[in-house]
Design a protein around this ligand. Structure first.
Ligand SMILES: C[S@@+](CC[C@H](N)C(=O)[O-])C[C@H]1O[C@@H](n2cnc3c(N)ncnc32)[C@H](O)[C@@H]1O
Length: 260
């Protein structure tokens, strides 16, 4: 799987830009509302990035673990939130003995599950590390909004401690792996009158509520609520059985045969 430069070589740019252009406090309050209602304190955040949300969870006394598949992001998160616990790992194959009351996949991280194979493996893996009747909260891009108001160009600017960041994004329809699009970004960094730049590109995916509900059901979850706001769709689902579902038995048997 290709990893974006913004999550690796340029993770500091991600960390600084996002703090300016994204409202983490508002995002945290949304998760906090649901997690409080569900009485979940022991949580795993998947796609914890540089720890921008971790800070809020820890300040609010959650028993918090963050997981991310970029070692650069994990390093930044440990520096930014030294009291946090951060683990390097891929959500499609989580290797943890510990079980959690809730898993939160934040910041549209699930958008990187661009094939049905990725989605099946991720949900299987998340199901495994949840306690009995545990909860999954994950946000995604909302297909209806993204694909009916498709924006081909956008520009974001952010100023952080004397550094001026500009990101110019160009998007085009892909539709090869579901509701997918190609995103290409050009970053410019200006500091002390010196300029540098880099480019990044990737395929991203949006989901409809019905697609998510079906994938969840195939992997032993029941969808309890779908909350749509602008281009985001937050799904709240509960693990309903410990055994493998028929869909999982069939799918993973086929996959293993294919791999052997
Ligand atoms: C859009 S960022 C979100 C980061 C953070 N939640 C935030 O809102 O700032 C997506 C994060 O997911 C991580 N990621 C991407 N694919 C992943 C995977 N398969 N398993 C675990 N983490 C992944 C990236 O390294 C990146 O840090």
């Amino acid at each position: 799987m290709k990893i974006l430069k913004i999550y690796t070589d340029h993770s500091k740019v991600y960390h600084e830009m996002q703090q300016v252009i994204f409202n983490y406090e508002k995002d945290f309050q949304l998760y906090h509302r649901y997690l409080s209602k569900l009485k979940c304190k022991k949580i795993l955040e998947i796609g914890s990035g540089s720890g921008n949300l971790a800070k809020y969870f820890i300040d609010s006394k959650y028993d918090y673990t963050g997981l991310d598949n970029s070692k650069e992001m994990i390093k930044l998160a440990k520096e930014f939130v030294p009291e946090g616990k951060f683990i390097l790992g891929d959500m499609r194959n989580i290797k943890l003995e510990e079980k959690f009351e809730a898993v939160v996949v934040t910041g549209r991280t699930f958008t990187h599950m661009t094939t049905n194979h990725d989605v099946m493996f991720a949900l299987y893996s998340i199901h495994e590390i949840l306690q009995k009747e545990g909860w999954l909260l994950f946000d995604n891009f909302n297909t209806e909004e993204i694909f009916t108001n498709f924006r081909e160009q956008s520009t974001h600017k952010a100023k952080y401690e004397g550094r001026n960041y500009t990101r110019k994004s160009t998007t085009s329809l892909d539709l090869e792996h579901g509701w997918t699009w190609k995103w290409a970004a050009e970053y410019e960094i200006e500091e002390n009158n010196e300029k540098s730049s880099f480019k990044d590109e990737m395929i991203l995916r949006a989901f409809t509520g019905e697609e998510l509900t079906l994938f969840l059901r195939m992997n032993g979850f029941k969808t309890k609520e779908i909350n749509k706001e602008a281009n985001a769709i937050l799904t709240i689902a509960q693990k309903i059985n410990d055994e493998k579902t028929n869909a999982q038995k069939l799918y993973f048997k086929q996959k293993l045969k294919h791999l052997s």
